[in-house]
Design a protein around this ligand. Structure first.
Ligand code: DGY
Length: 365
């Protein structure tokens, strides 16, 4: 729909941002807003048909802004705003080459995604998918309570009393993070009250030889130890070490070619048999076939994934959906009422600031 104004600043909004946010655009008479009119993903053909002459484009995750879009938009394009923290769907280099600004929505979703990461760790470890399915398909009557029925590894560190009863219960817990940015650190904050005392993390190996990056990590470790006095250790380690040491591994790094299949067969083979893997970042980071194989062959206990490579084309016959020890969610990490409203507002504000040459609240540099 277009507001049919005679202004020249055309803004293409590839997803309706809702009644609380769209007025931010409508109240600016200089803007001519063209919005994808359906409550389903914007069709590429519609986007390509509408971008010529646009000054701004608003997209969500999964709507690629590449050279084709930039060329079609033409010289009027000043800003692209995505309602997401991830920007692997945006060709940032191509935007920069043309001096086009880009906005994104970090920080507002950190808590929601960290919450979900914990939920997935719990769901996966405690056999959530399998047991919910059993109840929903009416099979509970066939399963009376049994001493070791549906047991899974405990996320929280067993208490001193519990571990004093038998040498087979370890009280120490290590959490591993592949990518350790805002969301990883917020996930750690939630794990500390679970009694997690040790942390290992893995980041881009390009940092290994960068003294500034190494200094930054040292500072971060010091700061986290101060913030969480019960932490006993926190180390940046190799991927193989992380796999070996972690009771739970959180994959929370950006997508893109550099991180594709960072969790592969080799990594999964090194994991602890009782460990849980959580991916709440991008599906491309985990090799789905390798994970399905690893779960079948019990190289790890279970996995919880909010993202899957190739999504949303993930049917009930997908290798991970078919694995009883894999909890699969349809990319809902940031889907709280509060967070999505915040993301949409930020996306609109970024766009408007970009169009009017103002400081964007969250600009991708
Ligand atoms: C993001 O913001 O990048 C998420 O993946 C979408 O919620």
């Amino acid at each position: 729909q277009s507001n049919m104004s005679n202004q020249t600043l055309k803004i293409v909004v590839c997803r309706d941002l809702g009644p609380d946010v769209m007025p931010l655009f409508y109240e600016r008479p200089e803007l001519d807003i063209v919005t994808w009119p359906h409550d389903r993903p914007c069709e590429r053909a519609w986007m390509l048909e509408n971008v010529p002459g646009a000054t701004g484009i608003v997209v969500v995750f999964g709507e690629p802004v590449n050279q084709e879009v930039i060329d079609l938009a033409g010289p009027s394009l000043k800003v692209v705003s995505t309602m997401s923290v991830g920007y692997d769907h945006i060709d940032l280099a191509a935007l920069k080459a043309r001096g086009i600004r880009a906005g994104y929505t970090p920080d507002v979703l950190t808590d929601a995604v960290a919450d979900l990461a914990i939920m997935l760790a719990l769901m996966a470890g405690r056999n959530g998918s399998e047991t919910i399915d059993l109840v929903q398909t009416g099979q509970w009557p066939q399963y009376s309570w049994s001493p070791y029925g549906f047991c899974g590894p405990q996320l929280s560190a067993p208490s001193a009393f519990l571990s004093s009863l038998t040498p087979n219960v370890q009280s120490q817990r290590t959490a591993g993070f592949i990518g350790f940015g805002r969301i990883g650190q917020a996930t750690l904050a939630r794990l500390v009250p679970f009694g997690i005392t040790d942390v290992v993390y893995y980041t881009n190996p390009a940092n290994d030889s960068d003294p500034k990056a190494i200094e930054r990590f040292a500072k971060l470790e010091e700061e986290l130890c101060k913030r969480h006095p019960s932490l006993k250790s926190i180390f940046r380690v190799s991927k193989a070490e992380l796999a070996k040491q972690s009771d739970v591994v959180f994959v929370l790094a950006p997508g893109g070619p550099a991180t594709r299949h960072v969790v592969d067969e080799e990594f999964l083979k090194e994991m602890r048999r009782t460990a849980v893997l959580v991916n709440a970042s991008r599906g491309t980071l985990v090799d789905s076939d390798a994970l399905a194989k690893a779960l079948k062959e019990k190289w790890l206990w279970a996995a919880g994934v909010d993202v899957v490579e190739g999504e949303p084309k993930v049917g009930s016959d997908h290798v991970l959906v078919k694995e009883p020890r894999c909890t699969v969610l349809p990319h809902i990490g940031s889907a709280t009422l509060e967070t999505r409203l915040g993301m949409a507002t930020l996306a609109a504000k970024n766009l408007i600031a970009g169009v009017f040459n103002e400081q964007m609240p969250m600009e991708l540099k």
